[in-house]
Write a protein that binds this ligand. Structure first.
Ligand code: SF4
Length: 280
């Protein structure tokens, strides 16, 4: 059994909120620079050059990459041999978000009630997903999510008979419907299988996988490659102004499902696909 003081969780999450809102992870930075190389349309190239410049200014001058600094999504992988001390784990996560967003002067975008809509003024609560795993460590992944792209995400409860073709149509429909509203070039996180909520969760997790990597399941890897090509043939392009690069990556996760179902979730993220991981 290893003891971890929850103060460590707070401190790390606070730092991570500030870091990832000013500097994208290496994979996303590379994906954006590669997009600039690949783009053929002159308007598309111009948009991507501006996004590149924006990234440089953000990290050099400590200005957030985007005005929408997102709702804090926190994935915790907790070793079953960990014993937390020093307080409540959920409070520790939210204290980290509160501190990071306040001390980092990041926009507070969370309302306490979805209908009454009063801003909580500190960007809490976070959305927290916990998973118990082997070992005595804790892996924290923080993915602040902008809602321009979150609002364009979709969940489909397909019939098994719709099969792989149905899955492809569902992914393509979500991306087409999103059009320019998801702030392209986008990253498409897809969940296939599970039930209603598991499907959405694995789609969101897929967004945190390094852009440019593939599933180790052969048919899924093939689907990722094919969908990226098909999406980029749509011509939506950077900022939706036309071009070759609509998506920088399609990341797909799968999970076993029921004999009567084929859930598909498409969680879209904009070009500011923020994700950062630390292990304690
Ligand atoms: S969707 Fe992304 S790029 Fe667009 S406003 Fe929101 S965070 Fe910014």
């Amino acid at each position: 059994m290893r003891e971890i003081n929850v103060a460590e969780i707070t401190e790390n999450i606070s730092d991570m909120c500030i870091e990832i809102n000013h500097r994208l992870s290496d994979d996303m930075e590379k994906a954006l620079y590669d997009a600039l190389e690949k783009e053929e349309s002159s308007t598309g190239k111009q948009v991507l050059s501006q996004l590149k410049k924006n990234l440089e200014i953000a990290s050099e001058e400590m200005i957030p990459i985007c005005q929408d600094t997102g709702m804090a999504i926190v994935f915790l992988e907790i070793g079953q041999d960990v014993h937390f001390i020093g307080g409540d784990l959920t409070d520790a996560v939210n204290n980290g978000v509160r501190r990071g967003y306040t001390e980092g002067y990041l926009r507070k975008s969370v309302v306490s009630d979805p209908i009454l809509r009063e801003n909580t003024k500190d960007n809490t609560p976070a959305v927290i997903h916990e998973k118990i795993v082997h070992g005595d460590g804790v892996k924290i992944t923080l993915a602040p999510k902008g809602f321009g792209s979150e609002n364009m995400s979709k969940l489909y409860m397909l019939k098994p008979s719709q099969g792989l073709e149905g899955v492809k149509k569902a992914i393509l429909k979500a991306v087409k419907d999103a059009g320019p509203n998801a702030c392209p070039p986008i990253v498409v996180g897809v969940g296939i299988g599970g039930d209603f909520e598991k499907c959405a969760l694995i789609a969101k997790e897929a967004l945190t996988r390094e852009a440019g990597t593939h599933s180790n399941i052969a048919w899924v890897k093939e689907l990722e490659t094919e969908m990226l090509e098909t999406i980029n043939d749509l011509g939506i392009g950077p900022a939706g102004l036309g071009g070759k690069v609509t998506a920088m990556a399609v990341n797909i996760n799968t999970y076993p499902t029921h004999i009567a179902g084929l859930p598909v979730a498409v969680n879209i993220c904009c070009h500011v696909n923020r994700h950062i991981t630390r292990c304690l």
